[in-house]
Design a binder for this molecule. Structure first.
Ligand code: SAH
Length: 223
């Protein structure tokens, strides 16, 4: 498996990452911690070596099992909306390539991340970069269920298009917490930032249109 081979992160890759960060700044990303995290994570490790250049373009890319690695802008935008504080306990739904997971892990948090596709879950397990992040805890399961035994979470991020705000996840969000979730039909979703106040009241803000692969019910065991 290509993922398990050692890969190089040289001055050329670092230069391409600086350019990517500039593109994200130009598109309106302001959180310096988020930009610095993007600058540190070698995104080309997540793609086949044949696509090194494309890995630093600001676009999504197909990975294994018919899924995608999110667009850097989307990763930065969702992460910025989460307003991450050091030591936050964060739940991610849709590990996918684990790129978003590594960007979050760079911010000094503990991340719990769930993937419903066995093949992807196993694939990421072979990925050497993931071993650099002991603060990423990976789970194979259905994100609609969340992780009740590890709840509550300070922040929850959903990286697939949800048909509705998953009620169990809302329950697992701490008072004072933030959930960022794209909600809508397949092909087009509205990014929602949901804030739960100290007494448990919830407010929703719409943050623009995005396109994610759908959030699906249940697990997929195919290896
Ligand atoms: N965060 C990822 C985005 C991957 S695409 C990245 O940075 O690359 C979205 C992922 O969500 C896919 O891997 C898909 O299999 C997963 N997914 C869809 N529905 C899910 C569910 N109910 N529970 C957990 N993961 C889910």
């Amino acid at each position: 498996m290509l993922h398990s081979l050692p890969r190089e992160d040289n001055y050329m890759h670092k230069g391409m990452r600086k350019q990517l960060v500039q593109i994200l700044r130009d598109k309106g990303i302001k959180d310096e911690n988020v930009l610095a995290a993007i600058e540190r994570v070698p995104r080309h490790f997540f793609l086949d070596p044949a696509f090194e250049r494309q890995s630093y373009e600001d676009r999504a890319f197909p990975i294994t099992a018919g899924q995608t690695i999110s667009q850097p802008y989307t990763v930065a935008f969702q992460t910025q909306l989460l307003d991450i504080k050091k030591f936050d306990k964060v739940l991610e739904i849709g590990t996918g390539s684990a790129y978003q997971a590594c960007v979050l892990a760079e911010l000094g948090i503990t991340l719990y991340t769930i993937e419903r596709q066995r093949a992807l879950y196993d694939h990421v397990g072979q990925f050497m970069l993931i071993k650099k992040y002991p603060n990423i805890k990976r789970f194979y399961g259905d994100g609609f269920e969340g992780l009740p035994s590890f709840a509550p979470f300070d922040k929850i991020i959903i990286t697939c298009g949800a048909p509705f705000v998953p009620p169990k996840l809302l329950t697992q969000l701490k008072p004072g917490g933030i959930m960022v979730v794209p909600v809508g039909d397949e092909g087009k979703q509205k990014m929602l930032r949901i804030t739960k106040d100290k007494v448990g009241n919830v407010t929703e803000e719409e943050m623009g249109n995005f396109m994610f692969v759908p959030m699906l019910q249940g697990k997929n065991h195919t290896k």
